[in-house]
Unconditional design. Sequence first.
Length: 122
Amino acid sequence: MLWDPSLFPKLPKNLLASVHREVCSIRSGSWGSLLGKRARIYERGWNAICDYHMKLMAEMSGRGWNFNRSWADYSFRGRHSPKIAETFRNDYTVRDPLYSAEEIAAQEVALGKWKEKHGITE
């Protein structure tokens, strides 16, 4: 699940890591395959997913995590994928937030339930 960036500080480390893996997957081989659960980020374009990833990695860095710094390059798609073509970098129109206020509230409820289920009290 791609959580709203405003919730990154509230995510437990395993959920944050899961989001990072998901975004790396989107940026690598699966970019361009319109999977339903990812459609919102795809419709915003390449720069949108990269901006989202930069916010995620900033949160991770703030928690002392290390990750492959190559992901900070907007054209990077992973070790086994060619860099994204420059033309894809011009398709982004800034539209914040990614989710509506109602969707963010629903994500906060879901996060609370997830934490309760897993015994996380932080």
